[in-house]
Design a protein around this ligand. Structure first.
Ligand code: DQA
Length: 147
């Protein structure tokens, strides 16, 4: 079973940008952690990042009928993108939304998520560990067999 892990804009700079908020782990570190855990959970992973809204939308379309679940940190698009919400509505499997920081402790404009309306679950403010939590939840929802 394949799980698609999608990352939105500026997350390519993870570990370098605002480390006091997002920590020092890079996106490559997060990817390595996810791959290790996915192996344990009996899942296959596709891990992607883009600064372009249309590319994220295209990847969600391509996941239809092919991918068991989606983990998505839409980053700033969380708060702006009806287009990503609509694309996710066309995906059949479970979706877990992840935010590294606790968006509810931050500026008002980060409190609103378009994506939460379609998410099975939301993990907020658990640091980069949130990705592992999300993968475990997807594994439970899709009935993955460990080993
Ligand atoms: C973020 C929170 C967003 O508000 C922000 O625009 C990001 C990252 C997070 O993971 O905490 O880029 O999604």
């Amino acid at each position: 079973r394949i799980v698609l892990v999608l990352n939105g804009p500026n997350l390519n700079l993870l570990g370098k940008r605002q480390p006091e908020i997002y920590g020092r782990e890079t996106l490559a570190d997060v990817e390595a952690d996810c791959r290790r855990l996915a192996g344990e959970l009996g899942l296959e992973i596709e891990f992607r990042q883009s600064n372009r809204e249309y590319e994220i939308i295209d990847w969600i379309h391509e996941a239809r009928g092919r991918v068991a679940g989606v983990v998505i940190n839409p980053a700033a698009f969380t708060h702006t993108s009806v287009a990503i919400l609509d694309a996710l509505h066309a995906f059949e499997g479970p979706i877990i939304e992840v935010h590294i920081s606790n968006v509810h402790k931050r500026e008002e404009f980060r409190h609103r998520s378009y994506v939460s309306a379609v998410a099975s679950g939301v993990i907020v403010g658990c640091g980069t560990q949130g990705y592992a939590l999300a993968l475990r939840r997807i594994a439970a929802l899709v009935g993955a067999e460990a080993g």
